[in-house]
Structure formats: C-alpha cells, structure tokens
Design a protein. Structure first.
Length: 289
C-alpha cells in the first residue's frame, strides 16, 4: 500500500542566517511540523544553493554548546570545517556526512573551510538534528565521519540514478551510520525520467526534502525545495523525476518520550534543561577558543 502524503510544504519565503556562514530555510519545526510529530527528528535546516563569494575570513558559527541529541551535517556543495572541545576537528566535503553525537555535552564551532572560503562558490548543505532516547542522553560525545565513498550505494535499474544509504537499509544495502533508534536516511539522486520505489515502515515518521529538481511522489507533484510529510499509513514510496533531481528521505521510529528543548539543549524535562544550562555555565562541556 502506498504511503499517504499528509502535506507538501513549499520552501519558506525568506531564509534565516545561522552565524554568518549558513543561509538556511528551517523546515523542521519552522514549517509547522512539531518535534513530537516528526520524532526522532528535531530540526532540519536547509542551506539551498547559494554563492557566498570569496572571503579571507572564514564565515560560520562560533563556539556553541550541544547536549542531549545528535547533529547530522550533509554536504552537497562547498566544504565545512569544524572543531570541538574534546580536540576533534575535520572537514566535510561534498558527498560527505558528519554525524556528531553531542550526548552529555560538547562545545562546537563550524565554518567554511579555509580554501573554499578563499575561492568562494556554490554552497549547499543540510543540517538535521536527531533526538537521543533518555537512556542515551548522557553518552560520551563522539563522531562518525562518513565520506561519500563509504556510503552504501544502490545503482538504480536502467541507469536511473543512485541511492546513497547514509543510515538504515535500502534494498538490503545498509548505511554506515550507527544510530541509537531505528532511522533511515537516504540521499537519492535521480536522472531526468528516472524512477525509484521503496518501502518504509508504516509506523515510522517519514518526510522528504526536494534538494534539487521537480518530482512526482506517489502521484503528487513536488517542486524544488519543497518538503513532503507522509502520514503513518502505508509503506510504499514511488518517485519519478521530471528533471535531474536530488532528494533526502528521512524516516525513523518515534521516540515516545517527552521533549524539552531550549536552544542547543534537548532533554526530557525542564528541570534537566536547567541542569544542562548550569553544566554549560560551570564549564563541564570543556573549553574551546
């Protein structure tokens, strides 16, 4: 049975800035989709393609904390560098994914990579926040740095395109990301006229972002930059591309626990939020210049 579409949401009229390096459209929860409705996903910021131009100063987001969830950064165009308070650093290049588990608390900063800043050019990214179950919110912070070559890859029949499996499983091909609750995250690239069909569990909260192109999903047209929210009914999703298209499919088993969120802290109660703020102020997340 086809997975029914609840609504197709157009891209917001105006982007917002995160720091001075990320020009984003907030799709979760900005498009009216509550964190409980789309659990385990908490936030989705979409930096649609934008040319920031050459700069000697590396634009980005200065030091900020995270606690109680995971951040997933998916690079389509441009490169991002990052540092954190545990001494980790790295560069996320086009086709790569950085999966950061903030867990018990971390300080982090991210910015345009030095050489990319100097030359400028198209910049296109997605950052997704994934909640952690209560039992895992105090896990030790860590990373999964996943290069494009490490993705699970499914070549579609008839040279229709490719599915890069970041997390979960697509046609028995598993993605490299390890998750704390069941999650599917697919980077789908379809050529003009290409089609793909696959299933997701009916009970999963499921959505899709049209990064590039115009597509038809389960018989309904979805324009470039639109966000598709599916009902928790049916399993099959069928996509056909009117032009070369890129889509991000996210589905996950809901974490049926209370959500208390305040900025970069996501816990289960307001008391835990207050404790997280106190821990941050007391320097328990470490030090980062």
């Amino acid at each position: 049975m086809k997975k029914l579409i609840e609504k197709i949401i157009a891209r917001p009229a105006r982007p917002g800035m995160v720091g001075d390096g990320f020009r984003v459209y907030n799709m979760i929860p900005g498009a009216g989709i509550s964190q409980q409705r789309i659990s385990p996903f908490l936030m989705l910021d979409f930096n649609a393609e934008f040319d920031f131009g050459p700069s000697e100063r590396m634009r980005g987001v200065d030091v900020h904390p995270h606690k109680g969830f995971e951040t997933v950064t998916i690079a389509y165009k441009g490169s991002v560098a990052h540092h954190d308070s545990t001494g980790n650093s790295g560069i996320i290049n086009p086709g790569d994914v950085q999966w950061m588990t903030a867990g018990a608390g971390i300080l982090h900063k991210e910015y345009h990579e030095k050489e990319f800043s100097k030359r400028g050019g198209p910049f296109e990214m997605v950052q997704l926040w994934v909640n952690l179950p209560k039992k895992d919110k105090s896990t030790t912070p860590h990373y999964q740095a996943i290069t494009g070559g490490e993705m699970g890859k499914v070549q579609l029949p008839g040279d229709a395109g490719v599915v890069n499996v970041i997390a979960g499983e697509f046609n028995e091909v598993k993605g490299p990301a390890s998750t704390y609750s069941p999650v599917n995250l697919f980077d789908i690239k379809l050529k003009k006229g290409g089609t793909v069909s696959f299933g997701t569990p009916a009970a999963h909260n499921t959505a899709m972002l049209v990064i590039n192109g115009n597509v038809e999903v389960n018989g309904e047209k979805a324009a470039e930059h639109s966000f598709i929210l599916f009902r928790n009914e049916g399993e099959e999703i069928s996509i056909s591309a009117a032009e070369d298209s890129v889509l991000l499919l996210l589905s996950g088993e809901p974490i049926n626990e209370p959500i208390a969120s305040y900025g970069p802290f996501v816990m289960n109660t307001q008391e835990e939020i207050v404790e997280a703020i106190h821990d941050f102020q007391a320097g328990k997340f470490g030090v980062l210049d």
